[in-house]
Design a protein around this ligand. Structure first.
Ligand code: GUN
Length: 291
């Protein structure tokens, strides 16, 4: 029996909690409404979808958002100026630059330019370093979403063998750090695998928990996993199915379903958790500004 981890349902539950928190700490106290800034470059259809859903999420919760939509041809210098404007705009509590950004711009330079106090993605090295050292900071939304999903479903990760597939700054790297940290949401034994890992099934077959984020539809198959393992699918791939575009995860759902004990569906698993964790980070940033 495989239980699906319903991120949609959980996100709705958490949104209700957040809404109460906003009423209590912001509306009732007549504090300034939290405000998220988003910088988006170009017209990548996935990025536009993600950004629109983040804006919608803010709107539903009565949080302000401002989108700065720039052309894909913008120079690095021009983009740095836009980031500076966000840094200096006292009405914006936190902001994100939707990734990926065009190849002619150095992503590291862009992330380094964000004021760490407004870095609600938690990608700035100051925040990433604090996260690694178990210090208080903004935690990257997807990784945090996975931890909260596991926690709310009462899935223990302490002492378990976790295999992470993919080492991106958005998912693989932060989740591998968070799950191995010494605290109540961590204490897992983590192996971080990637495109240079040889015989990856030697790792996945021994894993109690697998978290995959590689952008390859159906990469992880039932044959590669242990019976009863917990599978977290972070992939969102657009694939053609009988002339229709559908979303497919990095997990081969049909062969894993029935063998895993828990599995996140795509869509409706990790995705909604990511969006809600970004909102949590904006509230933290806004609370710091209201002090
Ligand atoms: N692209 C995909 N996921 C993310 C995210 O969490 N933050 C940003 N900034 N870009 C992304």
């Amino acid at each position: 029996m495989t239980q699906l981890l319903n991120g949609n349902r959980l996100a709705i539950e958490i949104k209700k909690e957040i809404s109460k928190e906003i009423d209590k700490n912001i509306r009732n106290k007549k504090n300034r409404i939290p405000h998220l800034g988003i910088i988006l470059l170009g017209n990548n259809s996935s990025s536009i979808t993600y950004v629109n859903s983040k804006i919608k999420e803010c709107k539903n919760l009565g949080i302000r958002s401002t989108l700065v939509h720039l052309t894909v041809e913008i120079s690095e210098l021009e983009l740095l100026k836009e980031i500076q404007k966000m840094n200096e705009n006292s009405l914006i509590d936190g902001f994100i630059i939707q990734l990926p950004i065009p190849k002619h711009i150095n992503t590291d330079n862009i992330i380094l330019a964000i004021n760490p106090k407004k870095d609600v993605d938690g990608f700035h090295p100051e925040n990433f370093g604090k996260m690694s050292l178990n210090m208080k900071t903004f935690l990257p939304a997807t990784a945090l979403g996975i931890l909260v999903l596991l926690e709310r479903y009462k899935i223990k990760i302490s002492g378990k063998n976790t295999v992470v597939i993919g080492r991106s700054r958005i998912v693989g790297l932060p989740i591998s750090i968070l799950m191995s940290r010494k605290n109540y949401l961590g204490n897992s034994t983590v192996t971080l695998t990637h495109s240079y890992t040889k015989n990856i099934e030697n790792y996945t077959k021994n894993a109690d928990i697998i978290i995959i984020s590689v952008g390859i539809p159906g990469f992880l198959t039932g044959k590669m996993i242990k019976k009863g393992s917990i599978i977290i699918d972070v992939g969102i791939n657009k694939v053609k199915n009988k002339k229709k575009i559908i979303l497919k995860g990095d997990v081969d759902f049909n062969s894993v379903y029935g063998k895993a004990s828990y599995l996140t569906p795509v869509p409706g698993g990790v995705g909604p958790m990511t969006r809600i964790m970004l909102i949590k980070n904006i509230l933290i940033a806004a609370a710091l500004n209201n002090k």
